[in-house]
Design a protein around this ligand. Sequence first.
Ligand SMILES: *[C@@H]1O[C@H](CO)[C@@H](O)[C@H](O)[C@H]1NC(C)=O
Length: 387
Amino acid sequence: MRLNSRFGTSSLIYASLVLVLCFKASGGSAERSSAFFIFGDSTVDPGNNNYIKTTPENQANYKPYGQNGFFKEPTGRFSDGRIIVDYIAEYAKLPIIPPYLQPSADYSHGVNFASGGAGILSTTNPGVVIDFKTQLEYFHKVQRSLTEKLGTAEAEEIISNAVYFISMGSNDYMGGYLGNPEMQQLHPPEDYVRMVIGNLTQGIQELYDRGARKFGFLSLCPLGCLPALRVLNPKGHDAGCFEQASALAFAHNNALQAVLPNLELLLPKGFKYCNSNFYDWLLDRINDPTKYGFKEGESACCGTGPYRGIFTCGGTKKDPNYELCDNPSDHVWFDSFHPTERIHEQFAKALWDGPSSSVGPHNLESLFFDKQTIADVVDNPETQQIF
Ligand SMILES: *[C@@H]1O[C@H](CO)[C@@H](O)[C@H](O)[C@H]1NC(C)=O
């Protein structure tokens, strides 16, 4: 009798637990996540470059890329596994967002237009990448096909609720400027940064005009500390980070940081964004790797030469031999230009629910799930009158 009633109680508890879980699950779909559209370069390319004519340096669909086995085979991601947008999609309860050029890709949760080597300017690595302008044209095509498939109202709702993530600019400063003496002759650095930011701003505005409202930005890392750029330091291999490269990234980040609040004023109908300081965040890990659970902040896991900064990861026709570390997770850098999965994961976490001291004015969680934040209250003119 006692045993029976105990059994009865526990199955009741079990039944209500199942009910609660079901309720939560359906509650989760009411709190439907926003779609996710991604623009950028190799930091966020999930394999678009597998489908274009380009050079081996701009592709990563061969071993040891993707070696940690999360994906069955190398996908084209420049990482030992996942990249930042894969984690963001997971936190947002979305499936993996497919590359735009993948045949029969499903666009219903968004799509990724990023292309390794791409720049904001069309003059950056021309002919071998999908530049920002073309990525924006592809977005327009997706928008038209959503409208045809779902009708104007539903398509508009998807577009305005979606989060637009932009991770671009590094290639404009590396290949597009430092590797391009003619460009340096034509434009002093301040001019060039203004041009890059001008074109980025134009792109944001174009997306806004098409209905986009919620934006996330991955600011630039200290470019001169990439293993590939340490090797190119004109002061010598052992002189540390290539200062001029880091200075360009720093100036770019400052300019972006200054432009975004202006856009918020210029585009008043619900323009919201998430930005953060990836520069200092990564520099901390490069300079003090053990503090963050890494063993090596300067040398890449994969490559040859000093800092494994010579970009031979995966082998090339010129040099099929390359070195590979045992445990990529010990390293900040996977190859001469790109961080490891572990860095991607840590930064995705920081952008997702980082405090307003490090991510702002909104974090990605509040953009995806439309949570009210302090920034909303302060932005709202009606509440401002109260203060
Ligand atoms: C965009 O970049 C081009 C060079 O590629 C430049 O001529 C143009 O002025 C830039 N646009 C803006 C708005 O800065």
